[in-house]
Write a protein that binds this ligand. Structure first.
Ligand code: CP
Length: 320
């Protein structure tokens, strides 16, 4: 794998899941693969899980790791070409990315959308420029539109915990929030689940209130409904997540009551396991009774971030 920015960079998602689970069984089986190789992790936004799990994954592979909190410690970056830099930006992405590429064999990048201009965010302008100018392989730590390391960990968690004979029913369920959040996690989850559905691994449904439909580019083949109760019937996994509107871009719209998942809503499911990428706002996005109860997979899922990142870095190191 030369870069990891979406499911489209993966040749065989089933094999990548198997690799992640094999690394979970034997974390140090490739501890010499990354010797004398350096991973640089560049954050323009906060992170707990992505930062720590990707660092740990690289250390398990014998890599050196450097972390740059660009938003707090770096120079203010200019991304537009042809501008006279007489304002607040100090360094152009052309030089900044190229210099980081001089120090690192692989770079990881996190850059959230601004949620103001849809075309600008969905063009992934910053991410694509970084990839172009750094001149080394890049792993996405979450971009404006996708969070593939999270989605891989989610698929690993479903494969690992599913013991049924039939394909599990996986539901992505919109949840309330007070802030406008990106569509990156649900886009990416949908994209990976749609691919897994084509590969016969599961059946995939999305439930969201009217106005919160995701871009169709990320949901080919998904069953889509505006009824949470309908979606939850017979569900084996419920992936809870808030996102802001794609149609009325970046807006928090009004929605009917009853979109926060609680134990009552699990009646009628197949004793569904509940997932969330975290961080989660308790009793706003997801009820404490679920988070603290036997159906929650959220900590297990966060733990699997490590093995997802390690499987991806392993494949990237093998291509260096
Ligand atoms: N799920 C996730 O990406 O968590 P962080 O934002 O803390 O990295």
């Amino acid at each position: 794998m030369n870069q990891f920015t979406s499911v489209n960079d993966v040749q065989d998602i089933g094999q990548l899941v198997k690799d992640a689970l094999a690394l979970k069984e034997n974390p140090y089986s490739h501890q010499h693969l990354g010797k004398n190789k350096t991973l640089g992790l560049v954050f323009l936004n906060p992170s707990l899980r992505t930062r720590l799990s990707t660092q740990k994954a690289a250390l398990n592979l014998g890599m050196n790791v450097m972390v740059m909190n660009m938003d707090k410690e770096g120079w203010a970056l200019e991304t537009q070409d042809g501008v006279v830099m007489n304002g607040t930006t100090v360094e152009h992405i052309r030089e900044a990315a190229a210099v980081m590429g001089q120090y690192c064999d692989i770079l990881g990048l996190r850059s959230f959308p601004k949620l103001i201009n849809r075309d600008e965010d969905y063009n992934e302008d910053f991410f694509n420029k970084f990839i172009k100018y750094c001149n080394v392989p890049v792993v996405s730590l979450e971009s404006a539109t996708r969070h593939p390391l999270q989605s891989l960990a989610d698929l690993v968690t479903i494969k690992e915990t599913w013991g049924g004979a039939a394909r599990p029913k996986v539901v992505l369920a919109w949840a309330p929030h007070i802030k406008a959040l990106p569509q990156a996690v649900p886009n990416s989850f949908a994209e990976w689940m749609c691919k897994a559905q084509v590969d016969g691994m599961l059946d995939f449904t999305i439930a969201q209130p009217k106005g919160y439909e995701l871009s169709e580019d990320f949901t080919p083949g998904a069953t889509i409904t505006h009824s949470l109760d309908e979606a939850l019937k017979g569900a084996d996994y419920i992936y809870v997540k808030n996102w802001s509107s794609f149609k009325e871009y970046g807006k928090v719209l009004t929605y009917p009551e009853g979109w926060m998942l609680n134990n009552e809503k699990l009646v009628g499911t197949n004793n569904a396991k509940v997932m969330h990428c975290l961080p989660v706002r308790r009793d706003l996005e997801l009820s404490s009774e679920i988070l603290d109860g036997p159906n929650s997979l959220v900590i297990h899922e966060a733990g699997n971030r490590l093995w997802a990142a390690q499987a991806v870095l392993k494949q990237m190191l093998e291509k260096l």
